[in-house]
Write a protein that binds this ligand. Sequence first.
Ligand code: ADP
Ligand code: MG
Length: 338
Amino acid sequence: MRMNWKRTTCVLRRWICGILVAALFLSLPAVPAQAVSRQSAVGFYLDTVITLSAYTEDSSLLDSALLECGRYEQLLSRTVEGSDVWRINHAGGQPVQVSDAAAEVISIALEVSRLSGGAFDITVAPASVLWDFTSGAAVLPDAAKLADAAARTDYRKLVLEGSTVTLPEGMMVDLGAIAKGYIADQVKQYLIDRGVTQAILSFGGNIVTIGEKPDGSAWKVGIQDIDAPTGTSMLVLDSRDGSVVTSGIYERGFDLDGVRYHHILDPKTGWPVQNELASVTIVSGPSVWGDALATAAFILGTEEGLKLVESLEGIEAVFIQRDRTVVSSSGADPIPMP
Ligand code: ADP
Ligand code: MG
């Protein structure tokens, strides 16, 4: 009797379990599964329109990623009062403790300064603040003031020890040529950490990609046509899980008496670099390196810039000259637009 009773309970239990499992499965379709779909979000940070597009089921993820841009802007912007850069510039020569983010960006900036023989220099700010490239007014700064600003530009005088920065009084730092690349990398990692495997993120002239397109092909990144309205591509590059950054004279600047005055300055003089180039595009893994190297290679010019790029592992470049000649590094493969 006992045995029978036990067997009956066992059978009953199995039945109940079976019914419960069946009920669970039957109830599943009632809770709609979140589908992975292409989502986009647009924001404005660091003077730039930022467009994030990713395949995700989390409709609020891209908005949170945009908030990350704001968080980093609060640390790295020269003009935000109380930011790390602001505190360095207002310390009157005293040491300043900065965030890990600022220390990392400054450390890479100094490395690119050394690699480029000082063509790239984040202490060019005393000169860059004398220029107005955004209002549309074609006004040149006072030449004597520019010369004075150039005399106060020298990355070798900026000391970074751990996360302590010391900058001599009278000097100023601006991370405008590198911060967007760093933030692009951070936002990319933020999305990867939350399960995103396919995305294309645009930070003005900086594009970063995660994985590839859902059909398995590469993301296509256009390089701006130097003579055409914004958004018209002259060349197209494939990008898989990488970064494509372009620095060009058409971005911010003005024309005066047949001369193009633009925002990429020669640290030795404080004047916009006048050479054969209209833009430089750097293809790299990390966008922070691409951003800094695009500015550096632009200042160095095609020949020296190409030498620098060829000496670096995992970095490719496309130089577009003002006469539309295209010069590419050995591993770059830009496709002309039809
Ligand atoms: P953007 O992507 O905003 O066009 P770039 O990466 O081309 O910026 O860098 C230009 C910005 O960097 C300028 O606005 C200025 O703040 C700063 N800058 C200008 N010349 C130099 C230089 N030689 N080295 C480092 N930073 C520079
Ligand atoms: Mg740059």
